[in-house]
Design a protein around this ligand. Structure first.
Ligand SMILES: *[C@@H]1O[C@H](CO)[C@@H](O)[C@H](O)[C@H]1NC(C)=O
Ligand SMILES: *[C@@H]1O[C@H](CO)[C@@H](O)[C@H](O)[C@H]1NC(C)=O
Ligand SMILES: *[C@@H]1O[C@H](CO)[C@@H](O)[C@H](O)[C@H]1NC(C)=O
Ligand SMILES: *[C@@H]1O[C@H](CO)[C@@H](O)[C@H](O)[C@H]1NC(C)=O
Ligand SMILES: *[C@@H]1O[C@H](CO)[C@@H](O)[C@H](O)[C@H]1NC(C)=O
Length: 662
């Protein structure tokens, strides 16, 4: 199919005639792009036809519809299509009668997507559009490949270039682009004719005006008219046509689309014989089609030649993920995209996750008002009387959802549902009554005489290790959290810890080659990041071991993981300080000074020593010197059981019996 892409050029002579005729049509609605979107380089094709549909409607904004064909592996679920098109997953699944929002949609089947369409004035024109946003994922993506391949022709390279400040030569992975999707609102004349909505339909191989009109149950004449087309005009694959609808569209049932070997555009028909022309149509189609094939080769050659001279717009579409090394966080997409997960994980997901309606979510969270804000972009909500936390995240967080929906561990925050709305994801979590560990250790938020007790602190460390041990060793594939810190450890009403914020979590596979996973994209919080990660981007479970070591030190000392140093202006890392405490003379005194003053003297010094020793091993510079999470858990379980037996009243005798160092 790819080799056929130049064929449209060939039709040029056929297009010209009707075009000339068109000038006579004064009452037209919107101009068909007529394959001009292929010529990204040609300044004469950067005009008010390729840039968008003109704001000539009765209203400046309206409900409209666009179509999209399910495209595995990325864009084949209501949720992933909603992300791509800036639409709402819930609306997509209900309109298209999809059983579940994360279940895959058969490849190439057509999905109708409701969007808000509005008039945008900018540059030299006003165009109707629905904004989506897209972040470049692969090397070699261009405005053309994004508009034609990723968005299937819902936008044009001309419109994208006009609305994005980035020069086409400078596009690179990670750029966030505005994608103006073509949509339109009915004109006065259409409204008078009973048209309520316009749907942007994507023409595909083998389509004809009559077939499209039939699919949507509309009059051929009104379809032609809506696009300033005449019966003689040709239509081209990967271009949108406006379909005027008098009522809301419903699920479109199409025969399984299989690309025909010969493209069969709408062949000029004799208007007189129109009604009984279908047989003849095919006949002419085949005849002319065969003739075209010859010329196609020639045209193709010329076209490619011109292309090469212009710029590599027709560079191959983004490679399927299997060919992309999962070397950065964004490539997390690959192994764990919605689609691949859905085969195994989806049943559980359907049962366990609620897909919320945005309105319901807003109502539950006080319309995201300031008074409902817990912190940052996290809001408190109430769902049928149950408290929940709603976190608002920009963009695609399917990897976090995919992970959390598979997890069932009391020490990992439970995700109960989500909603995708206007490019944001709203994640609904169980509510942690007592806030975060960092609130208790470092802020004055709970300005009371209450402090976390020794037993609570040990329990918290144990709970975290328990959850991490589960992540590292008991799920398949195993995960590294990568972003552990006391502000991500939440406490429930009984002060039991729950790990939250899995936005950076990623899988690691114990591959046989023994290769380490590396990332160039080092993100994290100062003070918690292991040296090999900062320096070389090495990702192993030992990252979490290091961070847990830091958390244990915070629990012991009440100090911050990284503190602005008073004298030198640099930063003092808690992880670096423990060595000095446990080495040399006077360990006992040094340790006592290290321990959080608000605990004193209510803690067993020998157990504190064991904790400190464990933490020190966890933050060892050499990752191989750090214990595994299962070893950490075993040590912590011993300390925990001793702590639970410990009675504060006999502390004095015990602590005095502790030698300088064991
Ligand atoms: C916009 O205006 C500039 C100059 O004013 C012109 O060169 C360009 O062709 C116009 N673009 C469109 C799409 O009309
Ligand atoms: C579209 O552009 C053409 C020429 O570039 C101009 O004559 C025409 O007035 C424009 N139409 C609108 C509605 O701006
Ligand atoms: C469209 O706009 C309406 C009202 O302005 C809003 O309720 C609805 O959620 C919007 N839909 C989408 C998909 O953004
Ligand atoms: C446009 O995209 C389609 C499929 O997404 C592809 O088959 C076609 O070759 C592309 N057109 C060009 C000119 O690259
Ligand atoms: C769409 O994006 C353009 C920038 O390209 C912006 O100016 C415009 O306000 C956006 N429209 C809406 C409705 O968000």
């Amino acid at each position: 199919m790819g080799r056929l892409k130049p064929w449209p050029k060939f039709y040029l002579p056929f297009m010209l005639l009707p075009f000339l005729l068109l000038i006579g049509f004064a009452q037209a609605q919107q101009s068909y792009v007529d394959n001009q979107q292929l010529a990204c380089e040609d300044p004469t094709k950067d005009n008010n036809i390729t840039r968008g549909y003109l704001c000539n409607g009765e209203q400046r904004s309206c409900q409209s519809y666009i179509t999209f064909r399910s495209e595995p592996p990325f864009y084949n679920t209501a949720v992933s299509i909603a992300y791509l098109l800036g639409a709402e997953a819930m609306q997509i699944s209900s309109l298209n009668k999809l059983s579940a929002d994360v279940s895959p949609i058969t490849a190439k089947s057509m999905v109708v997507v409701p969007v808000n369409c509005s008039c945008f004035s900018g540059g030299n024109g006003s165009y109707y559009q629905h904004n989506a946003s897209y972040t470049i994922k692969f090397d070699g993506e261009t405005y053309f490949s994004i508009s034609n391949d990723t968005y299937q022709g819902l936008t044009t390279c001309q419109a994208m270039e006009a609305q994005n400040p980035i020069n086409f030569r400078e596009l690179k992975v990670g750029n966030e682009l505005t994608v103006p999707l073509r949509c339109a609102c009915p004109t006065v004349r259409q409204t008078q004719g009973g048209v309520k909505y316009l749907l942007s339909y994507l023409v595909t191989w083998g389509d004809s005006i009559s077939a499209i009109a039939e699919t949507f149950g509309v009059d051929e004449k009104s379809l032609l008219d809506a696009n300033e087309l005449t019966e003689q005009d040709l239509i081209f694959p990967f271009t949108p046509l406006l379909v005027p609808l008098s009522k809301e569209p419903t699920k479109i049932e199409l025969p399984q689309a299989s690309p025909p070997s010969v493209p069969s555009p709408q062949i000029p028909t004799d208007p007189v014989e129109e009604s009984k022309s279908s047989k003849k149509w095919v006949f002419i189609g085949v005849g002319i089609g065969a003739g075209f094939l010859l010329l196609l080769g020639l045209a193709g050659f010329l076209f490619c030649f011109c292309r090469r001279q212009a710029r590599p717009i027709a560079s191959p579409p983004p490679k399927p993920p299997s060919q992309v090394k999962p070397s950065s966080d964004s490539a997390n997409y690959t192994g764990n995209s919605w689609s691949s997960i859905s085969s195994q994980g989806v049943r559980y997901a359907i049962e366990s996750l609620t897909l919320y309606r945005f309105e319901d979510l807003g109502a539950a969270a006080g319309n995201f008002s300031e008074s409902n804000r817990i912190k940052g972009s996290v809001y408190q909500g109430s769902f049928q009387g149950d408290a929940a936390a709603v976190k608002v995240i920009k963009g695609d967080v399917s990897s976090e959802i995919n992970l959390l929906k598979k997890i069932n561990h009391t020490n990992i925050i439970r995700l109960s549902g989500f909603c995708v709305h206007e490019g944001n994801t709203y994640l609904v979590y169980e509510f942690a009554d007592k806030g975060s560990v960092s609130d208790w250790l470092h802020s004055n938020k709970f300005q009371t005489s209450f402090t976390l007790s020794w037993k609570q602190r040990v329990q918290i460390a144990y709970d975290i290790a328990d959850a991490l041990n589960y992540l590292h060793n008991y799920i398949n594939p195993p995960y590294v959290h990568k972003n552990l810190k006391t502000s991500n450890i939440l406490l429930d009403v009984n002060f039991r810890a729950k790990i939250a914020n899995f936005g950076l979590a990623r899988t690691f596979e114990d591959n046989d080659e023994g290769g380490l996973q590396l990332t160039r994209h080092v993100v994290g919080t100062q003070g918690y990041m292991a040296p090999e990660y900062i320096e070389n981007g090495v990702i192993t479970p030992k990252l979490d071991v290091f961070a847990l070591g830091v958390i244990i030190l915070e629990l012991l000392s009440g100090r911050q993981a990284a503190n602005a140093e008073k004298n030198s202006g640099g930063e003092e890392l808690l992880a670096a300080s423990i060595e000095g405490v446990l080495e040399g003379d006077n360990v006992r005194e040094k340790l006592k000074n290290f321990i959080d003053p608000s605990l004193r003297p209510e803690y067993p010094l020998d157990l504190a020593f064991s904790m400190a020793q464990l933490a020190k091993n966890c933050v060892a510079h050499d990752l191989n010197a750090r214990p595994s999470m299962s070893e950490v858990l075993v040590t912590l379980s011993k300390i925990l059981s001793s702590s639970l037996d410990w009675d504060p009243s006999d502390e004095f005798q015990r602590s005095t019996s502790l030698g300088s160092a064991r």
